[in-house]
Design a protein around this ligand. Structure first.
Ligand SMILES: C[S@@+](CC[C@H](N)C(=O)[O-])C[C@H]1O[C@@H](n2cnc3c(N)ncnc32)[C@H](O)[C@@H]1O
Length: 336
Protein backbone atom coordinates (compact mmCIF):
# COMPACT_ATOMS: atom_id res chain seq x y z
CA UNK A 1 0.00 0.00 0.00
CA UNK A 2 1.61 3.24 -1.08
CA UNK A 3 -0.75 5.75 0.59
CA UNK A 4 -0.76 5.43 4.41
CA UNK A 5 -3.44 2.96 5.47
CA UNK A 6 -4.82 5.53 7.93
CA UNK A 7 -5.77 7.74 4.98
CA UNK A 8 -6.99 5.02 2.68
CA UNK A 9 -9.16 3.72 5.51
CA UNK A 10 -9.74 0.20 6.69
CA UNK A 11 -13.49 0.68 6.92
CA UNK A 12 -15.91 -0.86 4.45
CA UNK A 13 -16.28 2.59 2.95
CA UNK A 14 -12.97 4.41 2.77
CA UNK A 15 -14.61 7.83 2.28
CA UNK A 16 -15.77 7.74 5.89
CA UNK A 17 -12.16 7.77 7.07
CA UNK A 18 -11.81 11.18 5.45
CA UNK A 19 -14.90 12.55 7.08
CA UNK A 20 -16.98 12.14 3.91
CA UNK A 21 -20.61 11.11 4.01
CA UNK A 22 -19.96 7.72 2.51
CA UNK A 23 -20.01 8.04 -1.28
CA UNK A 24 -19.23 4.59 -2.68
CA UNK A 25 -17.06 4.93 -5.81
CA UNK A 26 -18.80 3.40 -8.83
CA UNK A 27 -17.05 0.77 -11.02
CA UNK A 28 -13.80 1.41 -9.18
CA UNK A 29 -12.02 -1.76 -10.33
CA UNK A 30 -12.99 -1.12 -13.96
CA UNK A 31 -11.85 2.52 -13.79
CA UNK A 32 -8.52 1.49 -12.30
CA UNK A 33 -8.05 -1.21 -14.95
CA UNK A 34 -8.81 1.38 -17.65
CA UNK A 35 -6.30 3.92 -16.35
CA UNK A 36 -3.51 1.36 -15.65
CA UNK A 37 -1.63 3.72 -13.31
CA UNK A 38 2.14 3.37 -13.32
CA UNK A 39 4.99 4.86 -11.31
CA UNK A 40 5.91 8.39 -12.35
CA UNK A 41 2.66 8.87 -14.30
CA UNK A 42 0.37 11.88 -13.92
CA UNK A 43 -3.33 11.18 -13.43
CA UNK A 44 -6.19 13.66 -13.18
CA UNK A 45 -9.33 12.91 -11.19
CA UNK A 46 -11.65 15.57 -12.57
CA UNK A 47 -14.41 14.82 -10.05
CA UNK A 48 -12.71 14.16 -6.69
CA UNK A 49 -15.95 14.00 -4.65
CA UNK A 50 -14.94 11.92 -1.65
CA UNK A 51 -11.79 10.71 -3.33
CA UNK A 52 -12.60 7.08 -4.14
CA UNK A 53 -10.76 7.07 -7.47
CA UNK A 54 -7.93 9.32 -6.28
CA UNK A 55 -7.17 7.05 -3.33
CA UNK A 56 -7.23 3.97 -5.53
CA UNK A 57 -4.83 5.60 -8.04
CA UNK A 58 -2.44 6.69 -5.29
CA UNK A 59 -2.59 3.23 -3.78
CA UNK A 60 -2.00 1.40 -7.06
CA UNK A 61 1.27 3.03 -8.15
CA UNK A 62 3.89 5.58 -7.10
CA UNK A 63 2.16 8.13 -9.35
CA UNK A 64 1.07 11.76 -9.01
CA UNK A 65 -2.61 12.67 -8.92
CA UNK A 66 -4.28 16.02 -9.52
CA UNK A 67 -7.73 16.16 -7.90
CA UNK A 68 -10.25 18.64 -9.28
CA UNK A 69 -13.64 19.54 -7.81
CA UNK A 70 -15.86 22.61 -7.92
CA UNK A 71 -17.36 21.89 -4.50
CA UNK A 72 -15.41 23.58 -1.67
CA UNK A 73 -16.36 20.74 0.73
CA UNK A 74 -14.85 18.13 -1.58
CA UNK A 75 -11.77 20.34 -1.85
CA UNK A 76 -11.43 20.51 1.94
CA UNK A 77 -11.58 16.70 2.02
CA UNK A 78 -8.95 16.49 -0.73
CA UNK A 79 -6.60 18.75 1.24
CA UNK A 80 -6.93 16.41 4.23
CA UNK A 81 -5.92 13.49 2.04
CA UNK A 82 -3.12 15.45 0.36
CA UNK A 83 -1.54 16.25 3.74
CA UNK A 84 -0.59 12.58 4.13
CA UNK A 85 0.48 11.87 0.55
CA UNK A 86 4.09 13.11 0.44
CA UNK A 87 3.37 15.64 -2.31
CA UNK A 88 1.86 13.06 -4.69
CA UNK A 89 -1.62 14.61 -4.53
CA UNK A 90 -2.31 18.15 -5.77
CA UNK A 91 -5.69 19.71 -5.15
CA UNK A 92 -7.28 22.00 -7.75
CA UNK A 93 -10.48 23.86 -6.89
CA UNK A 94 -12.52 24.71 -9.96
CA UNK A 95 -14.54 23.33 -12.83
CA UNK A 96 -13.21 20.49 -14.96
CA UNK A 97 -14.16 22.50 -18.05
CA UNK A 98 -11.13 24.61 -17.04
CA UNK A 99 -8.87 21.65 -16.21
CA UNK A 100 -6.22 22.68 -18.71
CA UNK A 101 -5.83 26.10 -17.12
CA UNK A 102 -5.93 24.61 -13.60
CA UNK A 103 -3.09 22.22 -14.49
CA UNK A 104 -1.14 24.87 -16.40
CA UNK A 105 -1.07 26.97 -13.23
CA UNK A 106 0.91 24.06 -11.67
CA UNK A 107 3.17 23.74 -14.70
CA UNK A 108 1.50 20.59 -16.04
CA UNK A 109 0.46 20.21 -19.68
CA UNK A 110 0.19 16.43 -20.17
CA UNK A 111 -1.27 13.46 -18.31
CA UNK A 112 -1.25 9.68 -18.63
CA UNK A 113 -4.83 9.27 -17.43
CA UNK A 114 -7.94 11.37 -16.86
CA UNK A 115 -11.10 10.21 -15.15
CA UNK A 116 -14.54 11.79 -14.80
CA UNK A 117 -17.36 10.50 -12.59
CA UNK A 118 -20.20 12.77 -13.61
CA UNK A 119 -22.95 14.24 -11.50
CA UNK A 120 -23.26 14.77 -7.79
CA UNK A 121 -21.94 12.76 -4.88
CA UNK A 122 -24.05 11.07 -2.21
CA UNK A 123 -23.10 13.94 0.10
CA UNK A 124 -24.87 16.39 -2.21
CA UNK A 125 -28.03 14.30 -2.37
CA UNK A 126 -28.18 13.65 1.37
CA UNK A 127 -27.72 17.28 2.44
CA UNK A 128 -31.17 18.89 2.42
CA UNK A 129 -29.74 22.42 2.59
CA UNK A 130 -28.10 22.00 -0.84
CA UNK A 131 -31.52 21.49 -2.41
CA UNK A 132 -30.65 18.59 -4.76
CA UNK A 133 -33.19 16.13 -3.44
CA UNK A 134 -36.95 15.93 -3.60
CA UNK A 135 -36.77 13.45 -0.72
CA UNK A 136 -35.99 16.20 1.82
CA UNK A 137 -37.45 19.67 1.92
CA UNK A 138 -34.80 22.37 1.58
CA UNK A 139 -33.99 25.58 -0.25
CA UNK A 140 -34.22 25.11 -4.03
CA UNK A 141 -30.50 25.64 -4.64
CA UNK A 142 -28.72 22.74 -6.48
CA UNK A 143 -25.39 24.54 -7.00
CA UNK A 144 -22.37 22.26 -6.67
CA UNK A 145 -20.11 25.27 -6.18
CA UNK A 146 -20.68 28.39 -4.16
CA UNK A 147 -21.60 30.86 -6.91
CA UNK A 148 -24.03 31.37 -9.76
CA UNK A 149 -27.78 31.15 -10.15
CA UNK A 150 -29.74 28.72 -8.00
CA UNK A 151 -32.51 26.40 -9.22
CA UNK A 152 -35.00 28.80 -7.60
CA UNK A 153 -33.54 31.63 -9.73
CA UNK A 154 -33.89 29.56 -12.92
CA UNK A 155 -37.42 28.44 -12.08
CA UNK A 156 -38.38 32.07 -11.46
CA UNK A 157 -36.65 33.52 -14.53
CA UNK A 158 -36.89 31.10 -17.46
CA UNK A 159 -39.72 31.37 -19.98
CA UNK A 160 -42.07 28.38 -20.09
CA UNK A 161 -40.70 27.10 -23.42
CA UNK A 162 -37.11 27.13 -22.19
CA UNK A 163 -38.11 25.33 -18.98
CA UNK A 164 -39.87 22.69 -21.07
CA UNK A 165 -36.81 22.27 -23.32
CA UNK A 166 -34.44 21.80 -20.38
CA UNK A 167 -36.74 19.34 -18.62
CA UNK A 168 -37.26 17.35 -21.82
CA UNK A 169 -33.65 17.37 -23.06
CA UNK A 170 -31.70 17.00 -19.82
CA UNK A 171 -34.31 15.02 -17.89
CA UNK A 172 -35.78 12.80 -20.62
CA UNK A 173 -39.16 13.85 -19.20
CA UNK A 174 -41.97 13.11 -21.65
CA UNK A 175 -44.37 15.36 -19.69
CA UNK A 176 -41.95 18.31 -19.86
CA UNK A 177 -44.49 20.74 -21.33
CA UNK A 178 -47.00 19.92 -18.63
CA UNK A 179 -44.37 20.38 -15.92
CA UNK A 180 -43.21 23.71 -17.34
CA UNK A 181 -46.78 24.97 -17.55
CA UNK A 182 -47.48 23.89 -13.94
CA UNK A 183 -44.31 25.68 -12.77
CA UNK A 184 -45.28 28.89 -14.56
CA UNK A 185 -48.78 28.75 -13.07
CA UNK A 186 -47.47 28.11 -9.56
CA UNK A 187 -44.79 30.80 -9.65
CA UNK A 188 -47.42 33.39 -10.62
CA UNK A 189 -49.10 32.68 -7.28
CA UNK A 190 -45.95 32.58 -5.13
CA UNK A 191 -42.20 32.18 -5.82
CA UNK A 192 -41.04 28.53 -5.78
CA UNK A 193 -38.24 28.55 -3.22
CA UNK A 194 -38.31 25.06 -1.65
CA UNK A 195 -37.62 21.60 -3.05
CA UNK A 196 -40.75 20.26 -1.38
CA UNK A 197 -43.01 22.72 -3.20
CA UNK A 198 -41.40 22.05 -6.59
CA UNK A 199 -41.67 18.29 -6.07
CA UNK A 200 -45.38 18.51 -5.26
CA UNK A 201 -46.02 20.76 -8.30
CA UNK A 202 -44.36 18.12 -10.53
CA UNK A 203 -46.08 15.19 -8.84
CA UNK A 204 -49.49 16.75 -9.54
CA UNK A 205 -48.93 16.64 -13.33
CA UNK A 206 -46.62 13.64 -13.92
CA UNK A 207 -47.99 10.16 -13.31
CA UNK A 208 -46.01 7.67 -11.22
CA UNK A 209 -44.09 5.30 -13.51
CA UNK A 210 -44.46 1.50 -13.33
CA UNK A 211 -40.97 1.13 -11.83
CA UNK A 212 -42.01 3.31 -8.88
CA UNK A 213 -39.50 6.11 -9.61
CA UNK A 214 -40.65 9.39 -8.08
CA UNK A 215 -42.25 11.58 -10.80
CA UNK A 216 -40.09 14.52 -9.64
CA UNK A 217 -36.81 12.67 -10.37
CA UNK A 218 -36.37 13.71 -13.98
CA UNK A 219 -37.31 17.37 -13.45
CA UNK A 220 -34.87 17.67 -10.52
CA UNK A 221 -32.12 16.04 -12.59
CA UNK A 222 -32.73 18.42 -15.48
CA UNK A 223 -32.69 21.53 -13.30
CA UNK A 224 -29.50 20.40 -11.57
CA UNK A 225 -27.82 19.96 -14.95
CA UNK A 226 -28.94 23.42 -16.07
CA UNK A 227 -27.93 25.15 -12.81
CA UNK A 228 -24.40 23.72 -13.04
CA UNK A 229 -24.14 23.88 -16.87
CA UNK A 230 -23.25 20.20 -16.80
CA UNK A 231 -23.56 19.62 -20.58
CA UNK A 232 -21.28 22.61 -21.29
CA UNK A 233 -18.78 21.46 -18.67
CA UNK A 234 -18.76 17.98 -20.17
CA UNK A 235 -18.06 19.24 -23.70
CA UNK A 236 -15.24 21.48 -22.43
CA UNK A 237 -13.83 18.70 -20.23
CA UNK A 238 -13.76 16.24 -23.14
CA UNK A 239 -12.03 18.71 -25.45
CA UNK A 240 -9.48 19.54 -22.73
CA UNK A 241 -8.79 15.84 -22.15
CA UNK A 242 -8.00 15.38 -25.82
CA UNK A 243 -5.38 18.13 -25.59
CA UNK A 244 -3.95 16.99 -22.24
CA UNK A 245 -3.64 13.24 -22.70
CA UNK A 246 -0.25 11.99 -23.81
CA UNK A 247 -0.16 9.33 -26.56
CA UNK A 248 -1.11 6.00 -24.97
CA UNK A 249 -2.89 7.83 -22.13
CA UNK A 250 -6.41 6.81 -21.15
CA UNK A 251 -9.69 8.61 -20.69
CA UNK A 252 -12.27 6.98 -18.41
CA UNK A 253 -15.71 8.53 -18.24
CA UNK A 254 -18.51 7.39 -15.95
CA UNK A 255 -21.90 8.87 -16.91
CA UNK A 256 -25.26 8.21 -15.29
CA UNK A 257 -27.72 9.81 -17.69
CA UNK A 258 -28.43 8.99 -21.31
CA UNK A 259 -28.08 12.64 -22.30
CA UNK A 260 -24.51 12.81 -20.94
CA UNK A 261 -23.55 9.38 -22.22
CA UNK A 262 -24.68 10.42 -25.70
CA UNK A 263 -22.36 13.45 -25.62
CA UNK A 264 -19.44 11.23 -24.57
CA UNK A 265 -20.26 8.53 -27.09
CA UNK A 266 -20.56 10.99 -29.98
CA UNK A 267 -17.36 12.81 -29.02
CA UNK A 268 -15.34 9.61 -28.79
CA UNK A 269 -16.77 8.01 -31.90
CA UNK A 270 -16.05 11.14 -33.89
CA UNK A 271 -12.51 11.37 -32.47
CA UNK A 272 -12.02 7.69 -33.30
CA UNK A 273 -13.07 8.42 -36.88
CA UNK A 274 -16.32 6.50 -36.62
CA UNK A 275 -18.92 9.21 -36.87
CA UNK A 276 -19.05 11.97 -39.47
CA UNK A 277 -20.71 15.33 -39.15
CA UNK A 278 -21.12 17.97 -36.47
CA UNK A 279 -22.95 17.79 -33.17
CA UNK A 280 -24.81 20.75 -31.77
CA UNK A 281 -23.51 19.87 -28.30
CA UNK A 282 -19.98 19.97 -29.59
CA UNK A 283 -19.43 23.26 -31.37
CA UNK A 284 -15.66 22.58 -31.70
CA UNK A 285 -16.33 19.66 -34.00
CA UNK A 286 -18.00 21.33 -36.89
CA UNK A 287 -17.21 19.77 -40.25
CA UNK A 288 -14.56 17.44 -41.58
CA UNK A 289 -13.65 15.69 -38.34
CA UNK A 290 -14.09 12.24 -39.84
CA UNK A 291 -11.34 13.03 -42.34
CA UNK A 292 -8.75 13.79 -39.59
CA UNK A 293 -6.36 11.24 -38.13
CA UNK A 294 -8.21 9.62 -35.17
CA UNK A 295 -7.07 11.09 -31.86
CA UNK A 296 -8.66 8.33 -29.75
CA UNK A 297 -8.95 4.57 -30.01
CA UNK A 298 -12.08 3.17 -28.37
CA UNK A 299 -11.54 0.36 -25.86
CA UNK A 300 -14.95 -1.01 -26.88
CA UNK A 301 -17.91 0.11 -28.94
CA UNK A 302 -20.29 -0.34 -26.05
CA UNK A 303 -19.90 1.11 -22.58
CA UNK A 304 -19.04 -1.08 -19.60
CA UNK A 305 -21.82 -1.49 -17.04
CA UNK A 306 -21.61 -2.33 -13.36
CA UNK A 307 -21.86 -6.01 -12.42
CA UNK A 308 -25.02 -7.40 -10.82
CA UNK A 309 -23.08 -7.74 -7.57
CA UNK A 310 -22.13 -4.04 -7.63
CA UNK A 311 -25.72 -2.99 -8.39
CA UNK A 312 -26.94 -5.14 -5.49
CA UNK A 313 -24.47 -3.61 -3.04
CA UNK A 314 -24.68 -0.04 -4.42
CA UNK A 315 -28.03 0.59 -6.17
CA UNK A 316 -26.82 4.10 -7.16
CA UNK A 317 -24.46 2.41 -9.63
CA UNK A 318 -27.30 0.85 -11.64
CA UNK A 319 -27.40 3.49 -14.38
CA UNK A 320 -23.61 3.97 -14.64
CA UNK A 321 -21.95 3.66 -18.05
CA UNK A 322 -18.16 3.62 -18.29
CA UNK A 323 -16.55 4.56 -21.60
CA UNK A 324 -12.81 4.18 -22.04
CA UNK A 325 -10.58 5.39 -24.83
CA UNK A 326 -6.85 5.50 -25.49
CA UNK A 327 -5.21 8.64 -26.86
CA UNK A 328 -3.37 8.10 -30.13
CA UNK A 329 -0.29 10.13 -31.16
CA UNK A 330 -2.43 12.16 -33.64
CA UNK A 331 -2.83 15.88 -33.03
CA UNK A 332 -6.00 16.97 -31.21
CA UNK A 333 -8.86 17.58 -33.56
CA UNK A 334 -9.35 21.30 -33.21
CA UNK A 335 -11.97 22.78 -35.45
CA UNK A 336 -13.05 26.30 -34.60
C1 LIG B 1 -20.14 11.54 -8.49
S1 LIG B 1 -19.14 12.60 -7.55
C2 LIG B 1 -17.55 11.89 -7.68
C3 LIG B 1 -17.31 10.83 -6.68
C4 LIG B 1 -15.89 10.32 -6.65
N1 LIG B 1 -15.54 9.56 -7.84
C5 LIG B 1 -15.66 9.48 -5.42
O1 LIG B 1 -15.26 8.33 -5.57
O2 LIG B 1 -15.88 9.97 -4.31
C6 LIG B 1 -18.97 13.97 -8.59
C7 LIG B 1 -18.13 15.10 -8.02
O3 LIG B 1 -17.77 15.92 -9.10
C8 LIG B 1 -17.93 17.27 -8.78
N2 LIG B 1 -18.23 17.95 -10.04
C9 LIG B 1 -19.32 17.80 -10.83
N3 LIG B 1 -19.22 18.57 -11.91
C10 LIG B 1 -18.03 19.20 -11.83
C11 LIG B 1 -17.34 20.11 -12.67
N4 LIG B 1 -17.88 20.54 -13.80
N5 LIG B 1 -16.13 20.53 -12.29
C12 LIG B 1 -15.56 20.09 -11.15
N6 LIG B 1 -16.17 19.24 -10.29
C13 LIG B 1 -17.39 18.79 -10.63
C14 LIG B 1 -19.04 17.30 -7.77
O4 LIG B 1 -18.90 18.43 -6.94
C15 LIG B 1 -18.82 15.99 -7.02
O5 LIG B 1 -18.02 16.20 -5.89
Amino acid sequence: MIVPASLLGQAANPAQSLGGNGHVPVMLAEVLAALTPHAGGIYVDCTFGEGGYTKALLGAAECRVFAVDRDPRAIALAHTLAAGCDGRLDVLEGCFGDVEELLAARGVSAAQGIVFDLGVSSAHIDEAELGFSFRFDGPLDMRMGASGETAADLVARLPEQELARIIFEYGDERCARRVASAIVEARAVEPILRTGRLASIVRRVVPMSKDGIDPATRTFQALRMAVNDEPGELVRGLAASERLLAPGGHLAMVAFHSFEDRIVKDFLRRRAGNLPGPSRHEPMAIGGVARCEPSFRLAARRPLMPSDAEIASNPRSRSARLRVAERTPAAPILVS
